[in-house]
Design a protein. Sequence first.
Length: 416
Amino acid sequence: MKVLVVGAGGREHAICQAFLRSEKISEILCIGQNAGIEKIAKMFDVGINNFYEIAKIAKENNVDFTFVGPEQPLAEGIVDYFEKEGLKIIGPKKSMALLEASKIYAKEFMQRIDVPTPTYNSFPDGDAAIEFLNSAKDAPIVVKVDGLAQGKGVYVCKTRFEAIEALKNLMKDEKLSAQKIILEEFIDGTEASYLVFTDGKSYKLMPPVQDYKRLLNNDQGPNTGGMGAYSHHPFASKPLNDLVEQNIIAKVVEVIKEEKLGYKGVLYFGITVKDDAPYVLEFNCRFGDPEAQVILPLLRTDFVDICLAILNGKLGDMHITWEKEFAVCVVLASKGYPKSWEIGFEISGLDKVKKDALVFHSATKDSNGKVVTNGGRVLCVVGIANSLEYARDNAYENVALIHFEGMQFRTDIAEV
């Protein structure tokens, strides 16, 4: 079989690697540029929102199905486009990708089906939100832009005055200033990411993950696309998992089934837990990044079989198994990330990484035979072991072998 993967970051490298492990796959094709992925897949330097060209590649190469990695093409309707062209594709339709593309839509969806989520107010713009805050009581509050922001449109503010400053900063950003605003109740709890495969009728739970959004140690600094993650999450006990499934996941999938909303792919629930009660902070309509990098390496079941079950509406018949080991991912980022950064710095030490660790390329390219940086988040180093402590040690031992100018990373990933 041939499979096409849309996107070329660390998440997509992990997806391609999962396909590579299947004996059913004869060729992997991938959209984008990535020095790591190009070693295992045929790359096409096409924009991820150029649906015509991507569909043309799928047709000309007789691809059996396409798997979408990033949120942007899903929000723009790549699944709808491919299905009209008679092509098989895994991901939600544009109408369901709104669960991620619009936080206001997601909030209204959750309220409609009685899924627990923090209380909120929505506003047409930053000025209206500031006017509200000027007359509000002082309290911790979360500021969010309504649409996609690559993990950078969320500010957790200790006071309403911090929230006002955050809104002023958002209004200076050309990409974010035109978006609607959510002011959300801050719930001081333990966070966990729950991801499921779904065919729109049933679902299969993946190992829960702890991710790290802030740039610096001890959850300081600005929000990012993700600076690290680990799985299995030790906080995610069976009683908690059962509660999350019963009160949240099962409700959402049942509505998708009853209302025939056409969701086929991965659904991500960002959860916070306070006083044993789980609340949904956000949805993602695809694998998280770097969550995929600590989930897919633990997958025992053939990834292709899961994808075919999703496409054929047979996921409920599957039994998916996972390794009992732990995986810890440390993201290596460029100097200046997440605001601005330079690219083109040579990466050394990749050939020294030990065989019991994995390196997923997030933003790299080949330059005259040398691997160089090509974005903000550059590499994801993953350690795997039979305990969280050993997996963490494995990851950081291999991080120490890699170098590029300006390299920055957190040193407290999986420090529990």
